[in-house]
Write a protein that binds this ligand. Structure first.
Ligand code: URA
Length: 196
């Protein structure tokens, strides 16, 4: 599947009922060749209105997280488990997540990241283990099919409970260490090639 085919398929998708409430689908954005990918839960209000991931308050926190390790948002690829906004920002159901999974898997194939950060328990459960507890698993690596995957708090959880910020900044510093170990940090902290 090409990016164009993927974007087209998502834009007209009616695989689950989330399509009924959407203004825009939210494919994802950033460097389509980035070795570092962030996966959130699903679009919120601002994302639904703009068609872009993490543009609201949670997105601003994500930008700050990245800035704390010297990486610009444009250097990474950012997307969500589901591509349409769930009503009242509820957690997408298992079924909705499963219906949308083909698109996320296509994004993994196309981007081919070496490191994935799961923002919150929805992507952590979808990508690592269905029973994962974010408070216990955050900041730790899981190696799956050669990809290093780490769960951390969702930016919205930190905005809701600022006492989690220290842990979040620690986790992202652990990501920087992994990027250094894999010798991809320098490229990420400077390069922004291949954006879309
Ligand atoms: N929360 C998410 O999980 N994803 C977004 O794109 C925005 C907020």
């Amino acid at each position: 599947m090409t990016w164009e085919e993927l974007a087209d398929a998502i834009s007209i998708c009616q695989n689950c009922s989330l399509c009924k409430g959407r203004t825009n689908t939210v494919l994802g954005e950033g460097n389509r060749k980035s070795p570092l990918m962030f996966v959130g839960e699903g679009p919120g209000e601002q994302e639904d209105l703009s068609g872009r991931p993490f543009v609201g308050a949670a997105g601003q926190y994500l930008d700050r997280m990245l800035a704390s390790i010297g990486i610009k948002r444009e250097a990474v690829y950012i997307c969500n488990v589901v591509k349409c906004r769930p009503p009242e920002n509820r957690t997408p159901t298992r079924e909705e997540q499963e219906k949308c999974r083909i698109y996320l898997d296509a994004q993994f194939e196309l981007v081919n990241p070496q490191v994935i950060v799961c923002l919150g328990s929805t992507p952590a459960r979808a990508l690592i283990h269905p029973d994962i507890r974010i408070t216990k698993a955050r900041g730790m690596w899981h190696l799956k099919r050669g990809i290093y995957i780490m769960p951390t708090y969702h930016p919205a959880a930190i905005l809701y409970d600022p006492t989690k910020e220290q842990a979040s900044l620690y986790d992202i510093s652990v990501v920087r260490e992994k990027l250094r170990e894999l010798r991809i940090y320098d490229q990420l902290s400077m390069g922004t090639e291949g954006n879309a």
